[in-house]
Design a protein around this ligand. Structure first.
Ligand SMILES: *[C@@H]1O[C@H](CO)[C@@H](O)[C@H](O)[C@H]1NC(C)=O
Ligand SMILES: *[C@@H]1O[C@H](CO)[C@@H](O)[C@H](O)[C@H]1NC(C)=O
Ligand SMILES: *[C@@H]1O[C@H](CO)[C@@H](O)[C@H](O)[C@H]1NC(C)=O
Ligand SMILES: *[C@@H]1O[C@H](CO)[C@@H](O)[C@H](O)[C@H]1NC(C)=O
Length: 408
């Protein structure tokens, strides 16, 4: 009997569900989960020899300095990982990605200036993420996207000066957020956070201690108390300039669209032009305020004041003209479809865009400026050329009149 008992004892000892590295104490919880308790042990590394069935691992208050990719490979079933109060300054990307069941991750009170944000994409079960009291200076936009179970997020006591618009979107379970004690730069780039905080049901803990560190005139003021008058999302409106047609170099007509924008800070204007032959993106004016020598060589003339002129407007220039107004608070676009009608009144077969078809880029619809409209430049038949005009007299080449039909 004795040898058999000895074998049984050995089997029990080696049974992975009971394997426990010497610095830790392991126990099975009532719910059957295996807890490995390794806190307060002055550990410099994650101990080896943990059972693969460990679901809770506490390593808080040790001296861990760096987490290598393989450091948690032994415990793929982890649901809770407590790493607070260590000296962790680096985590190799991929370290957490191998823990798909992780629900609780505590890295608070460490020395992290960087975090492997891409690992979060694999942590779709994550509910609690504590990164507070570190040295994080940036949180990439979209880093948290996809954490559909995330309930609690602690980012307080870091070096965050700004956060990208939409950082907390796509987190349907988020209930509690801590952002206080970060040196926020309350420029209009952060204004979305105030607006989001005003409208969200997420509890922002100690919002009154979530303060602006810059600019000087807002220092010490709560982010949620940023004055709204300084940061106004752009609005944009497209109009057709109804000045009489002018002769271009080739005697054609010049189409002028004007995009009037408002907002604070003053929005920058961009144009996106889609024609049958392709797409043209124009960022900023292509012509100086007073016109320029090169101006006549360009197909699309974008002026600083928001006017877009298309000299010698032809069938090739038919398409959709979109004005995009952008400032730190947001973006807004407004489009118009332009078609050149032939000598007959506008026919039924002309492409007519659904006025609802415009895709707003901004957050709100602007009733004055949104939607795609159809602008038809109606080209009345040329004058019959007289014999006298044949020798270079240009009247016959000029479009005698433009009928401009605006459907708005
Ligand atoms: C882990 O736990 C399961 C069920 O609790 C058990 O069947 C399995 O043998 C354990 N595996 C290891 C490697 O301990
Ligand atoms: C993380 O998820 C990606 C995509 O789902 C997968 O290809 C990758 O293997 C995962 N990484 C780890 C370490 O499991
Ligand atoms: C705050 O942000 C604004 C706008 O992005 C920037 O111009 C300014 O330099 C920043 N200030 C500080 C102190 O970082
Ligand atoms: C914008 O500037 C151009 C060039 O100076 C001018 O032709 C145009 O009329 C201006 N538009 C408006 C709306 O003032």
């Amino acid at each position: 009997m004795e040898p058999l008992l000895g074998v049984l004892a050995l089997v029990t000892l080696l049974s992975p569900s009971l394997a426990c590295p010497s610095p830790c104490s392991c126990s099975t919880k009532k719910n059957g989960r295996l807890l490995a308790e390794c806190a307060y042990r002055e550990l410099r590394d994650v101990p080896r020899g943990l059972s693969p069935n460990v679901t809770i691992l506490t390593l808080s208050a040790n001296r861990l300095g760096r987490l290598g990719r393989a450091s948690l490979a032994e415990v793929p079933e982890l649901q809770s990982l407590w790493l607070g109060y260590n000296h962790i300054s680096a985590v190799e990307p991929g370290t957490f990605a191998a823990l798909p069941h992780l629900k609780n991750l505590d890295l608070s009170h460490n020395r992290l200036a960087e975090f492997p944000w891409q690992d979060l994409r694999n942590l779709s079960a994550l509910q609690i993420l504590k990164l507070s009291n570190n040295r994080l200076a940036a949180l990439p936009g979209g880093a948290l996207a996809g954490l559909r179970e995330l309930r609690s997020l602690w980012l307080n006591d870091n070096e965050l000066a700004t956060l990208a618009r939409g950082t907390f979107e796509g987190l349907p379970a988020l209930a509690q957020l801590q952002l206080f004690h970060n040196p926020f730069n309350c420029s209009c780039k952060l204004f979305w956070l105030k607006e989001w905080a005003d409208s969200t049901s997420v509890v922002i803990s100690r919002a009154g201690s979530t303060l602006c560190a810059a600019p000087p005139r807002l220092r010490g003021r709560a982010v949620t108390a940023m004055p709204g008058s300084l940061c106004v999302a752009p609005s944009a409106q497209l109009t057709y300039l109804s000045s009489p047609p002018k002769a271009g170099p080739k005697g054609g007509l010049t189409l002028s669209l004007h995009c009037s924008v408002a907002g604070s800070p003053p929005p920058e204007i961009r144009w996106q032009i889609r024609t049958a032959t392709g797409r043209v993106d124009i960022h900023g004016p292509t012509v100086a305020r007073d016109g320029g020598a090169k101006a006549s060589k360009r197909r699309f003339l974008a002026f600083k004041n928001g006017t877009m002129a298309i000299p010698d407007f032809s069938k090739d220039d038919e398409g959709t003209y979109t004005c995009v107004a952008i400032n730190d608070v947001g973006a807004r676009d407004v489009s118009v479809s332009v078609a050149l009608a032939g000598s007959e009144p506008p026919a039924e077969e002309l492409p007519r865009d659904d006025p609802q078809a415009g895709q707003p880029k901004g957050d709100q619809l602007d009733p004055s400026g949104m939607g795609e409209k159809l602008l038809i430049v109606y080209h009345v038949p040329r004058q019959v050329r007289s014999a006298a005009a044949a020798g270079g007299f240009r009247l016959g080449i000029l479009p005698a009149l433009l009928g401009v039909l605006l459907f708005w």
